[in-house]
Ligand binder design. Structure first.
Ligand code: WQD
Length: 346
């Protein structure tokens, strides 16, 4: 009898992980979420199951715990791994570097040791445009220089990409795809899953939507003296559902490759949008004005970065389909639904 082919999703209850699990199920895959919920809310699993109409397998395990992870590799026949589990707050990583190096590196090393032992061939790594630092110019291609990361978070992503590259060069029988995310925003259009930052959000969209609901004080725009059209920073904001689909296309591509490999692909829209453009887009889709003010620049911010997405189109046959308005609208819809439901269940 054919064994079920499971896909291990470390950190699968998180923001990008949960949206990817939905997308995988809708494309006929069988994901196994492994998450210890240190940075995720178990309620998200209910949303994933409501959207996909499927029971979702979830194992509450610390990905750094090799003994516990080996039990899972013995229990499930994994044919692929998507490794999301990592801390990802740039500012926090400056204050707590050891926490970031320990967790972000050890979780990868445990996965790779077991990947080799159990002969799993397909490995997708959740990387980041942070590896580019402040690029000389945008859009950035995958060949753009890797500049020393300003914060430990970005350094862990650079180190993990190096670990994967050296592992493949050593002759490991593994096909690796590093996906360099730009700025994921938005939520599933159903409003059943979305971004759930723990504590006060660092990222622009969740802060904006919480301040629009009066949960947080008015939004501060960090800096208006950058060398951009409106003086505010430029980013490549990509809908989280488009990003999730890139993982499905990436896994399909890996499964069709015959030889060991290590590939790197940018996952963005290919367009740069400013912080003020995000605010104006919100006011348009929400049909309400937002209170905000200018403040000083935030240390560590890069002025502008957006992706050249030629390689994603060519290699993965993938490109972003949703607009900036779709993403901001879905973020706002999620924020309102989540808050209403949370109030109802409290
Ligand atoms: C975007 C812009 C801020 C908050 C993130 C993740 C990082 C990586 C890339 C995945 C900046 C401005 C923000 C606020 C503001 N993703 N801003 N007021 O810094 O580009 O990095 O995406 O790996 O992990 O952190 O995203 O949303 O924090 O900031 O003006 O209250 O919005 O200055 O210009 P960033 P961000």
């Amino acid at each position: 009898m054919n064994q079920i082919e499971y896909i291990l999703i470390t950190g699968g209850a998180g923001y990008i992980g949960s949206h990817t699990v939905v997308e995988l199920i809708q494309h006929g895959k069988t994901p196994v979420i492994v998450d210890d919920f240190r940075n995720a809310d178990p309620k998200i699993l209910r949303g994933v199951e409501e959207i996909s109409g499927n029971q979702v397998i979830c194992e509450r395990v610390d990905v750094c715990d090799e003994t516990a992870m080996r039990v899972l590799f013995e229990r499930y026949h994994f044919t692929g791994i998507i490794h999301f589990a990592a801390y990802k707050a740039v500012g926090e990583s400056v204050d707590e570097p050891l926490k970031y190096y320990s967790n972000n590196l050890n979780s990868l090393l445990v996965c790779l040791a077991l990947t080799e032992e159990f002969k799993v061939e397909n490995f997708l790594f959740s990387s980041s445009c942070t590896v580019y630092g402040q690029p000389e110019k945008s859009p950035v291609t995958e060949e753009s220089p890797i500049i020393e990361a300003k914060a430990p978070y970005g350094a862990t992503k650079q180190m993990c990409e190096r670990i994967l590259s050296d592992f493949v060069k050593s002759g490991a029988n593994i096909k690796v795809l590093n996906l360099r995310y730009f700025n994921p925003i938005g939520a599933h259009p159903s409003g059943k899953i979305g971004e759930l930052p723990s504590g006060k959000p660092n990222n622009l969209l969740p802060y904006l939507t919480q301040s629009a609901l009066g949960i947080l004080e008015e939004l501060t725009v960090y800096g208006n003296d950058y060398n951009t059209l409106d003086g505010t920073c430029l980013r490549d904001f990509i809908h989280v559902c488009d990003l999730a689909n890139a993982h499905v296309k990436g896994l399909d591509w890996l499964e069709n490759q015959q030889e060991a490999l290590n590939e790197i692909v940018n996952v963005g829209t290919g367009n740069g949008s400013s912080v003020l453009e995000i605010i104006h887009t919100f006011e348009k889709v929400a049909n309400r004005s937002l209170k905000w003010k200018f403040g000083p620049r935030r240390s560590g911010d890069v002025e502008q970065i957006f992706a050249d997405v030629t390689k994603a189109k060519k290699l993965l046959k993938w490109s972003a389909q949703k607009t900036l308005e779709d993403a901001v609208r879905d973020a706002w819809n999620w924020e309102q639904k989540w808050r209403n439901e949370t109030i109802d269940t409290n």
